[in-house]
Write a protein that binds this ligand. Structure first.
Ligand SMILES: CC(C)(COP(=O)(O)OP(=O)(O)OC[C@H]1O[C@@H](n2cnc3c(N)ncnc32)[C@H](O)[C@@H]1OP(=O)(O)O)[C@@H](O)C(=O)NCCC(=O)NCCS
Length: 177
């Protein structure tokens, strides 16, 4: 099916929570929090929830139901995490997930970050991120992953590079010694 234009909007945590509880983590043992303290490529920074605010993204259908969602937030000065991606099975393969990743990347750039990362399950999530230009940067991880295995994926070079002014150099033949 051809991609359609989808409008990605931001919503509050309560709006996406039922999808997190019922679709992403049904029966999850550890508590579901709007933001997690995990850092890129492993480890934790317990200050993340105090330092940064998550943004919850959603795409609605004409009846006001959420058909796709994800969230994003900074995990350091330069890193921005994409978390909790989910597209309603009836609306898959129409570009919703790609639109949601783009929204996260835009938020990362706005926050001044150069690298966006995620920790998706070993699943079609990986092909989806690859389609967005992301790269797998770890082997599948099972330890500590309640719904794993998961892999780290990332895209860097998000910030547009500043053009460096070229200094005009005199040709050696023009140099007066
Ligand atoms: C993975 C997921 C987000 C993809 O959503 P989507 O809206 O269907 O993805 P898109 O239409 O934007 O697909 C973009 C690309 O991703 C890849 N892709 C998506 N689904 C795929 C699948 N089932 N198999 C292989 N590649 C797939 C394709 O390259 C696709 O491009 P194409 O359709 O032109 O071939 C969706 O299947 C989903 O929500 N799955 C469950 C996610 C989940 O488990 N979340 C928990 C947290 S990890």
């Amino acid at each position: 099916m051809d991609s359609e234009p989808f409008t990605v909007v931001t919503v509050d945590f309560e709006t996406v929570l039922p999808i997190w509880q019922n679709e992403i983590w049904p029966g999850r043992v550890t508590p579901i929090k709007p933001i997690a303290p995990m850092t890129y490529l492993g480890g934790y920074d317990m200050d993340i929830p105090n330092l940064y605010k998550p943004t919850f993204f959603a795409i609605f259908d004409e009846f006001g139901r959420i058909i796709g969602t994800t969230s994003g937030y900074q995990t350091s000065a330069d890193h921005f995490r994409c978390r909790t991606m989910y597209v309603n099975p009836e609306f898959r393969r129409r570009g919703l997930a790609v639109a949601l990743v783009r929204a996260v990347e835009d938020a990362a750039i706005k926050a001044g970050c150069d690298l966006s990362w995620g920790l998706p399950r070993v699943s079609p999530m990986m092909a989806m991120f690859e389609k967005c230009g992301w790269t797998q940067v770890s082997e599948p991880i099972t330890e500590g992953m309640e719904f794993g295995p998961n892999v780290y994926m990332m895209k860097d070079g998000l910030r547009p590079k500043k053009k460096r002014k070229r200094r005009s150099r005199k040709k050696s033949s023009e140099i007066v010694r």
